[in-house]
Design a protein around this ligand. Structure first.
Ligand code: DX5
Ligand code: ZN
Length: 222
């Protein structure tokens, strides 16, 4: 299966949000990545429900919500109601991760777990069967425009190995500092969903940048 591309709306021009969502709608992107930051789990605040509702009003592609917030259970239903198709919570923010994952699935959303750069993949062994998605953070969460951390390749390989044993349908997503070059290498290690903010929205042609990510590592474009 070809890999998926999820442009992050965090890097969009919020004064032209409808234009940027429509650009994604008309591009080769598969999902729209929605980064929620609370100023507690991460040192930055992004946006909340009014902005997400505005995105949802115009989006024709699934909203992939990445919650960088403490105690995400408080808001799961609100994110579902704001249009979330998948909801990813941080391993580091969930003391009762199994319960949180069941809650997301009961709401009818795909359930994901994100790992910070320092968190070992092996910690997911006893929950991986319950997951639709694992998000390997390739930067420390909180800000767009950071440099890709090289150890990510190994972590993607490790989660791929774990998924071969326990959950072959698992989506393996990578988020932070993604461009066509590292995406091509990550495909080889087993990643199949790429989040990209800066490399898309700082491009002179964001739709072309999405297309280049979509075809990264694929030599034939038949
Ligand atoms: C970082 C967010 C990312 C961010 C990626 O905390 O989770 O989704 O938007 O931005 P870039 O692609 O600029 O690293
Ligand atoms: Zn993200």
């Amino acid at each position: 299966m070809n890999h998926l591309v999820a442009p992050s709306i965090l890097a969009a021009d919020f004064a032209n949000l409808q234009r940027d969502v429509e650009m994604i709608n008309n591009s080769e992107a598969d999902w729209i990545h929605v980064d929620i930051m609370d100023g507690m789990f991460v040192p930055n605040i992004s946006f909340g429900f009014p902005v997400m509702n505005a995105v949802n009003k115009h989006a024709t592609k699934p909203l992939d919500v990445h919650l960088m917030i403490v105690d995400p259970d408080r808001y799961l239903k609100n994110f579902k109601d704001a249009g979330a198709s998948s909801i990813t919570v941080h391993y580091e923010a969930c003391p009762h991760l199994h319960r949180t994952i069941q809650h997301i699935k009961e709401l009818g959303c795909k359930a994901g777990v994100a790992l910070n750069p320092h968190t070992p993949v092996a910690l997911l062994k006893d929950i991986i069967l319950d997951l639709d998605l694992v998000l390997i953070m390739s930067v420390n969460p909180g800000f767009g425009g950071q440099k890709f951390i090289e150890n990510t390749y190994k972590k993607v390989f490790d989660i791929r190995e774990l998924s071969f044993k326990h959950n072959t349908d698992l989506h393996i997503q990578v988020d932070g500092g993604i461009d066509p070059e590292n995406a091509a290498k990550l495909v080889i290690e087993g990643a199949n969903v790429f989040v990209a903010g800066s490399s898309v929205f700082s491009s002179a042609d964001p739709s072309l940048a999405i297309s280049e990510l979509k075809h990264a590592g694929i030599t034939s474009r038949s």
